[in-house]
Design a protein around this ligand. Structure first.
Ligand SMILES: Nc1ncnc2c1ncn2[C@@H]1O[C@H](COP(=O)(O)OP(=O)(O)OP(=O)(O)O)[C@@H](O)[C@H]1O
Ligand SMILES: O=C(O)[C@H](O)COP(=O)(O)O
Length: 404
């Protein structure tokens, strides 16, 4: 059990400051609705129903990027999910924010402006330093308690995440609680049978870190995506050609070649590589080729093939627990979704303990009509999920734990 307090330990009707992670894709200035809103709405609704005056903090993007925008749109999207109005004030901790907080009654919800618009939020510093910022010192006296629900940002030592737990009694929100439990399961739980990990996606370094950290915990790694092709390359298969506009292979190969070759050599029996791969033929259709028939690096591969899916599905069926990190193909294009979706379907049909993580990969569940209920947990975390899998500590979680 996590050594942090939860909403069950909090008396109703108080004034609470709640950190969410509503960091979202932004297209042409429009904030895109996504699963983070839906998940956090549960925590917000519970607090409002219990008559708390609920003040929310969250971040969006990083200074200098197109995604660094106000949280005004987030308030409207969140209100739809919570089923209650969510007021918004374009201020982080100044007079306007304090006045809006003072005007808030029990059962009402207010969202403050993007925490990263406050200069003291971002530089990564020790919690004790963050607790002394004006940001924390101005807001904390307005509240009885601080709730952190932003598991997916818990790897950042920012003021809104690590400063407030030192200034107020601190509690974990419902998202924090469930994400923590599921994502640390691979490190902390003992499973009776086989533990399988599906690793794909575009980030070779992440995949390598996960495999190295979990070699004792995981019986079988099923590889796909760009990472899988880099491992095939290490096994002397001439693959890893980029599609136009993407530079996914050569740089990552140069950076990771030695480590990939070492891992392949060291953990041979645990590592399973694609048997066949899919590509786009001259007519724009999906076609497949056996890996052993690939003679030249003359085309880009965009998915694992159907024999690979069958083999990977068989591993899944014999597993006690399956963890997923990264997609097996370019699933956003329907022609190349078979690998990712086929393996997710196999997991959904099997009665194993399952966790699916990674912002992109978990999107495939929604896109292809799978039900989240068929998985034990679908994480809304990216960087924090990887860190949890590799056993790395999360400062935001530690700040909650040390306050108790
Ligand atoms: N063969 C391929 N060619 C091009 N893209 C691929 C291929 N295989 C997988 N991908 C892409 O990998 C992406 C997922 O990779 P990523 O490493 O970002 O994983 P994630 O765990 O879902 O995300 P994140 O870590 O960012 O939250 C998908 O968007 C998919 O299109
Ligand atoms: O979206 C995320 O993964 C988290 O909100 C962290 O965002 P960051 O990588 O910009 O700190």
């Amino acid at each position: 059990m996590p050594a942090f307090k939860t909403l069950d330990d909090l008396d109703d009707g108080q004034r609470v400051l709640v950190r969410l992670d509503l960091n979202s894709p932004v297209e042409d200035g429009q904030v895109q609705d996504n699963r983070r809103f839906d998940r956090h709405a549960e925590t917000v609704r519970e607090l409002a129903d219990r008559d708390f005056a609920v003040v929310l903090m969250a971040h969006q993007g990083r200074p200098g990027r197109d995604t660094f925008v106000s949280l005004e749109q987030h308030a409207d999207i969140l209100a739809d999910h919570v089923g209650r109005p969510v007021q918004f004030v374009p201020d982080t901790f100044g007079d306007r924010a304090i006045s809006a907080i003072n005007d808030l009654d029990g059962g009402e919800v207010l969202l403050l402006e993007n925490t990263r618009m406050c200069d003291e939020e971002l530089p990564e510093e020790e919690p004790t330093v963050k607790a002394e910022t004006e940001f924390v010192r101005a807001l904390a006296p307005e509240f009885d308690a601080y709730v952190n629900d932003a598991y997916s940002a818990a790897h950042r030592s920012h003021a809104s995440l690590v400063g407030f737990p030192l200034a107020l009694p601190a509690y974990a929100g419902r998202v924090m609680e469930t994400e923590y439990e599921a994502n640390t399961a691979i490190a902390e739980r003992e499973f009776d049978g086989n533990v399988t990990m599906v690793v794909g996606g575009t980030k070779a370094t992440d995949v390598i870190d996960v495999m190295t950290a979990l070699e004792d915990k995981v019986n079988d790694f099923l590889l796909g995506g760009i990472a899988g092709e880099l491992f095939l390359r290490a096994a002397d298969v001439p693959v890893g050609r980029d599609i136009e506009g993407m530079d996914l292979f050569d740089e990552q190969w140069e950076e990771n070649e030695e480590t990939i070759e070492h891992i392949l050599d060291e953990y041979q029996t645990q590592i399973h590589l694609a048997l066949d791969l899919a590509f786009e033929d001259e007519d724009g259709e999906r076609d497949e080729i056996e890996v052993e028939d690939i003679a030249e690096k003359d085309r880009a591969f965009l998915d694992v093939g159907s024999n690979t899916v069958s083999e990977y599905a068989a591993f899944v069926e014999n597993s006690e627990a399956v963890f997923v990190k990264g997609a097996l193909g370019l699933f956003e294009d329907e022609r190349f979704a078979d690998g990712t979706v086929g393996v997710l379907e196999a997991i959904a049909e099997t009665d194993c303990f399952s966790v699916v993580g990674g912002g992109d990969t978990s999107r495939a569940i929604e896109m292809y009509g799978l039900s989240e209920d068929d998985f034990d947990h679908v994480s809304i975390a990216g960087g924090a999920y990887i860190r949890a899998l590799t056993g790395e500590r999360l400062v935001g979680v530690e700040a909650l734990q040390s306050g108790n």
